[in-house]
Design a protein around this ligand. Structure first.
Ligand code: SAM
Length: 221
């Protein structure tokens, strides 16, 4: 049995009672960064052993892990923050487990794009999640595709590229398209700002942009 366990995206209170119980009860916790996750487990007095599972070793270890799971070891997969598999490692292992007939349960819990989308005030009945845009090759093609969508789309972006990204979005969506920048969700300096793309660019150009960011953009009118 493999449990996928979402962990807080900032505020340590954002972890469910069930997530804590599962992390205590499993034989092994697979973690993206064992140092980051050992702090989380220590905070909740959970002593379950940790093993590294990240973007650089997932291809190499997925088969062995699936065999261990099929043989009866119960494990939980966590990432540094939020839900594994959402712009984080997880998909390869889940797919291998599904194919091998190993039971997978994903606990409901924190992920950054849901609070950003819901708090934005931009329609959230239908939306497209695109995660991180490619940095170079394919970025323009992706942006042009997104600009034509009739419904809301959601991106993850780094603070260093936010202003550039807003400029690129203006080029394909126009200055007046409504958008939202959700920064540092659930943390001390949380900021959720909804305005036209032009106003958002002006706002974030005027200061040093810090923290983790979700960008929500309204669909093509
Ligand atoms: N697995 C995570 C999830 O379920 O949302 C996403 C992991 S991805 C490597 C990290 C990105 O998620 C950040 O660069 C940022 O775009 C977004 N993110 C994570 N925590 C956030 C927060 N507290 N506020 C805003 N965005 C956040």
């Amino acid at each position: 049995m493999l449990y996928i366990v979402p962990t807080p995206i900032g505020n340590l209170e954002d972890i469910t009672l069930r997530a804590l119980r599962v992390l205590k009860e499993v034989s092994l916790v697979l973690a993206e960064d064992t140092r980051t996750s050992s702090k989380l487990l220590k905070h909740y007095a959970i002593g379950t052993p940790l093993r590294a599972f990240h973007a650089h070793n997932e291809h190499a270890v997925v088969e062995k892990l699936t065999s261990e799971l099929a043989a009866g070891t119960t494990m939980a997969l966590i990432s540094d923050a939020g839900t594994p598999g959402i712009s984080d490692p997880g998909f390869l292992l889940v797919r291998a487990c599904v194919r091998a007939g190993v039971r997978v349960e994903c606990l409901p819990g924190p992920t950054a794009f849901v609070p950003a989308l819901v708090a934005s005030g931009i329609p959230c009945d239908t939306f497209h999640f695109d995660g991180f845009l490619p940095h170079k090759k394919g970025r323009q093609t992706r942006l042009k595709y997104l600009a034509e969508l009739p419904h809301t789309f959601v991106l993850y972006e780094s603070p260093y590229r936010l202003v550039k990204c807003l400029g690129e979005l203006i080029a394909v969506c126009g200055e007046e398209r409504q958008a939202c920048v959700a920064r540092e969700l659930s943390k001390l300096h949380e900021e959720v700002k909804t305005a036209s793309l032009a106003a958002l660019k002006a706002h974030f150009e005027a200061k040093e942009v810090k923290g983790e960011i979700v960008v929500v953009v309204a669909g093509k009118p």
